[in-house]
Design a protein around this ligand. Structure first.
Ligand SMILES: *Cc1c(COP(=O)(O)O)cnc(C)c1O
Length: 474
């Protein structure tokens, strides 16, 4: 193993250039073989993967990724929605290196450390008001599990023992663990697991382009919210919490809710005494143009789930924030057994916290959010150019989160069949042109790092448009 790593060809200076190229080629082949032989990739049909030429990433700078052959690609999805200030950001690199010099990990079970405490204060300061306690874990799914369990246990402490169910939205995605899938609403992800899941209530998705009631916003008068209210009216007594991705249902294909929807949901939660759990794993840390999506509609959830961008895209870290009202009900003597019996081994990892503190410092120092408006407008202007492509059905943008829904028939909105793999084909075409983007079904997703430049944004939109045009025809 060690010998293999040592044999990574370093630079042409070590030998003749031709030898170097041959070494690279052999090394690439070796990695491809190891990958095919031993790896099992996430959300990937491995039989088809075996026929692919995998891109092997060995470096990254700013908005770009470099592959093993030295080819550079624009990272159009922030390495799956995590990179914030770019790859190889000096301040975050150094924060992690400095911390490695001290200690890389210690536990939060019975011990604490400065970075966990400092980061907790920073998170409380920047998140919507009312949230005052920070519980760490290491990925978005666990942040959600923790939120669900906290909400559940809260009502047990309050003596409302019948409040054990959850309400979520159709098309929701909250992660891949069993609890998170139970409140998910994407059929193809959960169907097979249905017998393993707990039952929850599902309200309509604010998917205006394919409104289940065939209404149009705003004349619909938020019929989807009325349906949600019907569920709460009928079952509210049994419902502990409502979980929602504020403003953008990401994994469903960047489904953006119309203005006022989120506020409406928050009002319903108050009215029916149901805790509001905001899953800002994707939307948090600036993606929508504000630090958190909830800010757009001045909503303060009872519980907030964070992950993805919290470390600037460097290391796995997540946080679940709760209000004082919730936290206080967990207080008592140990023998009362009101403790929150939950924790993960790497909870509050020191290196991850160091990266997160540096990430948040950068938001302040570089005025990252303030610089976004212009970028959002440029991206919108560029995307508008594809609006009349014959197979672009809907372009959805919230901040720097974008979904372009491709359709077989623009007039009727008839979708492409799964087997046409249209999204995947467009993304492969984009990759040939030096851009990494990912499809979600027939939706082309873009979510560039917040640090992306104006020029790079234009490339992102331009290459994507070119790929869509070539694959779907103009
Ligand atoms: C990605 C995501 C999750 C799951 O996070 P993981 O770190 O992949 O477990 C949960 N909720 C939302 C909204 C997400 O986008």
């Amino acid at each position: 193993m060690v010998s293999l790593i040592k044999r990574i060809p370093r630079s042409p200076a070590q030998g003749l250039f031709i030898n170097y190229l041959m070494e690279i080629k052999a090394f690439k082949k070796r990695i491809e073989n190891l990958d095919r032989k031993y790896l099992w990739h996430p959300f990937t049909q491995m039989q088809e993967w075996a026929d692919e030429n995998p891109v092997i990433i060995t470096g990254g700078r700013g908005s770009f990724l470099k592959d093993i052959s030295g080819k550079w690609y624009l990272d159009g999805v922030s390495s799956i929605w995590v990179t914030v200030h770019g790859h190889g950001k000096k301040e975050i690199d150094n924060a992690i290196k400095d911390q490695i010099g001290k200690i890389s990990h210690s536990t939060l079970l019975g011990l604490t450390h400065p970075l966990a405490a400092v980061l907790a204060e920073m998170l409380v300061e920047i998140t919507p008001k009312g949230l005052s306690r920070v519980f760490y874990s290491d990925n978005g799914s666990t942040a959600v599990e923790i939120g669900l369990k906290m909400a559940f246990q809260y009502w047990q402490h309050k003596g409302k023992k019948q409040k054990t169910k959850f309400l979520s939205l159709r098309n929701a995605y909250h992660g891949d663990t069993i609890g998170a899938v139970s409140v998910g609403g994407i059929d193809i992800f959960q169907k097979i697991f249905a017998p393993m899941l707990f039952k929850s209530f599902h309200a309509p998705s604010p998917y205006c382009y394919r409104c289940e009631f065939h209404r149009k916003y705003p004349s619909c008068d938020f019929l989807c919210l009325m349906k949600m209210e019907d569920i709460l009216k009928k079952h509210g007594e049994k419902i502990a919490g409502l979980i929602i991705e504020p403003l953008v249902q990401g994994a469903a294909g960047m489904i953006t809710s119309p203005p006022g929807y989120l506020k409406g949901v928050s009002r319903l939660c108050r009215k029916y005494n149901v805790l509001m759990i905001a899953d800002e794993v994707a939307t948090g840390f600036g993606r929508t143009g504000k630090m958190f999506a909830c800010e757009h509609e001045n909503v303060s959830p009872d519980i907030l789930c964070l992950a993805k961008g919290v470390t600037g895209g460097y290391l796995p870290l997540a946080a679940t924030l709760a209000t004082d009202k919730i936290f206080r009900t967990f207080l008592g003597k140990y023998k009362d057994l009101k403790t929150f019996f939950h924790g993960h081994t790497y909870t509050g990892n020191q290196l991850a916290c160091a990266a997160a503190v540096a990430n948040l410092d950068l938001f302040r120092k570089e005025k990252t959010i303030g610089k976004m408006q212009k970028k959002i407008e440029i991206l919108k202007r560029e995307l508008d150019k594809t609006a009349d492509f014959p197979h672009v059905g809907d372009i959805r943008q919230r901040g720097l989160m974008v979904g372009i829904e491709l359709v077989k028939d623009k007039k009727t909105g008839e979708p492409y069949a799964i087997k046409e793999k249209i999204g995947s084909n467009v993304c492969h075409k984009a990759r040939e042109k030096g851009l990494i983007i990912r499809p979600l079904g027939n939706v082309i997703v873009m979510m560039p790092p917040l640090s992306i430049s104006f020029e790079e944004l234009k490339c992102l939109a331009g290459i994507t448009a070119g790929a869509i045009g070539e694959v779907t025809g103009l």
